[in-house]
Write a protein that binds this ligand. Structure first.
Ligand SMILES: *Cc1c(COP(=O)(O)O)cnc(C)c1O
Length: 393
């Protein structure tokens, strides 16, 4: 039998749950792209995106997913043959490195494994060894969505500074922006990459590049295609230049509404909500693990993302449970990405438009699924999760 009728919860790490007001804002006829509301609104979007990234610097918007934003970031500041240092803490770090190679760059990788955050000491050592200053940029995922590791960006900034190296610090915040605490300028990030469909609660299709003066100076000395160049997009004289062509009209209405929701709640409150809700999931998994084989992929709490949580369940049980929850119980959990075998991991997305009842519902559903599938687990997960929520509100 199935109990899946009712509102389905897509608890994957992006696209995240799209708020009804965001969807409603998009449900309209096409607007004029030459004058009027859309043109006025877009300037406010750029300003408010900077508030979300906590930066006084520039933002360029691309009609692209996160991969497009990755490429845009590299294309602006790196030329073929140049070197980037890639700090890999999961599949998404690997993916950005592969994209760099595809652009003709030399991508040097430091692999920090699949269950722990980066070690800034190793980055500092690699930069110190680079006496010729070949490394143009250090690439870091703030959160790697596959392992659900969160990296300490302040430590990477400190490592670059300690080595006295001119490399730019480029941070992928696609999963973390609007979920995990992040302040671009305070952290000294030179380029920040983001996308619409995770913490920003808007359908996939918009990529964002935030960049500071240092990065802009490197960009000006580089040869960048007219389409990828962030220069005109960040300082357009004509409206179409924001997007290198026709505006992503409906996405912009959706994003405007999402930004209104985010700013009304406030960044501190958003970060707190994600911290408490992720803590509820972690408490549940810890309780289950007392009587079963499930465990959180990232053992150290301070290295876990507030946006998404990877859970290990051996012998293919993770995939079995994921399928059961999706088909019978109305919750779709994320697949285990970047693992061999992937069927031993699942990921719980708790990013964006997510509240206590949704997360406590996921805990209950996972437990019901494990019981139905005769997967052994320890007791008290629901109470443990509820207690975290109670303490956090
Ligand atoms: C989702 C994600 C990407 C890729 O974004 P797409 O929109 O799927 O291209 C890259 N990096 C991180 C950290 C992500 O979470």
């Amino acid at each position: 039998m199935t109990l899946a009728a009712g509102r389905h919860y897509l608890a994957i790490p992006g696209p995240s749950v799209m708020p009804d007001p965001v969807l409603a804002a998009m449900h309209r006829p096409a607007p004029n792209i030459y004058e009027g509301e859309l043109v006025d609104m877009t300037a406010t979007i750029a300003a408010d995106l900077k508030r979300i990234a906590v930066t006084e610097h520039q933002v360029a918007i691309y009609i692209a997913n996160g991969h497009g934003a990755w490429e845009a970031a590299l294309a602006n500041v790196c030329a073929p043959g140049e070197t980037v240092l890639c700090c890999v803490t999961g599949r998404f770090g690997e993916g950005w490195a592969e994209m760099a190679r595809g652009l003709g760059l030399v991508a040097e990788e430091i692999d920090f494994g699949l269950s722990s955050a980066l070690d800034a000491g190793r980055i500092e050592a690699a930069l110190r060894e680079d006496r010729a200053g070949r490394i143009r940029a250090v690439l870091v995922n703030h959160v790697d969505t596959a392992t659900t590791v969160r990296n300490d960006i302040a430590a990477v900034r400190a490592a670059i500074d300690a080595a006295g190296h001119p490399a730019l610090l480029m941070v992928d915040c696609i999963a973390s922006l609007g979920c995990d605490p992040f302040e671009m300028d305070a952290l000294g990030a030179d380029v920040v990459v983001a996308a619409s469909q995770k913490g920003l609660m808007t359908p996939p299709g918009l990529g964002f590049l935030f960049f500071n003066e240092r990065a802009d100076a490197v960009q000006r000395a580089n040869k960048v295609s007219g389409y990828w160049s962030w220069t005109v997009r960040a300082r357009p004289e004509m409206f179409y230049q924001f997007f290198g062509g026709t505006a992503p009209t409906h996405h912009l209405y959706g994003l405007r509404t999402a930004l209104d929701m985010l700013l009304a709640e406030g960044l501190e409150a958003i970060w707190h909500r994600h911290e408490v809700l992720s803590g509820a999931i972690w408490a549940a998994v810890d309780a289950w693990g007392q009587g079963g084989a499930m465990r959180l992929n990232v053992p150290r709490p301070e290295e876990r993302s507030f946006a998404v949580t990877s859970v290990h369940l051996p012998e293919g049980k993770a995939e079995e449970l994921r399928r059961f929850c999706s088909e019978r119980l109305g919750v779709t959990l994320g697949i285990g990405l970047g693992r061999d075998p992937g069927v031993d991991y699942l990921r719980v997305g708790h990013m964006g438009h997510v509240n206590a009842h949704m997360v406590l519902g996921v805990v209950g559903v996972m437990e019901a699924g494990m019981a139905a599938l005769s997967i052994p687990f320890g007791p008290g997960a629901g109470s443990a999760a509820a207690e975290v929520v109670a303490r956090g509100c």
